[in-house]
Design a protein around this ligand. Sequence first.
Ligand SMILES: [Zn+2]
Length: 258
Amino acid sequence: METHPPVSTSPSEPIRRQRPPQVLLRTLVVAVLVATLFVTFTPSALSGSLNEQLTLLLTPQSQENVLPGGTLRPKIRIGIVAGHWGNDSGAVCENGTTEVDVNVRIATLVQQKLTALGFEADLLEEFDPRLQGYRAAALISIHNDSCVYINDQATGFKVARAMSARDQNLAGRLEACLRDRYQRRTGLPLHNSVTNDMTLYHAFDEISPDTTAAIIETGFLNLDYRILTENPDQVATGVVDGILCFINNENIAPTTVP
Ligand SMILES: [Zn+2]
């Protein structure tokens, strides 16, 4: 049904009719300006990756975190890869000890400690399908070096960051935190020989570039055999100390490379 516009009997009516579009237009202009300012200034205040990191840190990830009333308590997700697990043995010692067994034991302890501290900690296999696009505040892969005697200097640990990470500052911080805190906790020296196996580690290309990642060889299975097999708790605590240093943005003393 068509209706003809009512004949105005009051001079104020046409003005009243025109007001809403003007107000709407003004509101839209303000909204667009605000949105533009937000987009323009937010990245300079918070770097893109840090912003992503904060979002990840605050994303509720588990059903267990439902508080009374249905509110979700956010948990920080950390991924721990137990090197070679689900794939191969890694290094093998003459007495039958395998690298994968040592890695799984340490990685499991790290996961348990992180869980006890309130983190959402995932224990992952070497080629875990979850690694594809994996998003977390940090991913650490745990490996160990050769069981064969090489020389008296073949002792200590190595750490390499993921060069694939979008934010290399964060990756560098994770690397520095792991080096500093692991050395303090275990007393093992930093072995200054990072190989392509570490820097080109396959998982670094599988995870989300927003996930800060590093790989640690917690020791040499030959000269560091005792601490790795008899005191894995200390080794695992060293890794957890490094993760906490990164997550809590703790200060790091300048590292001394031998
Ligand atoms: Zn390995």
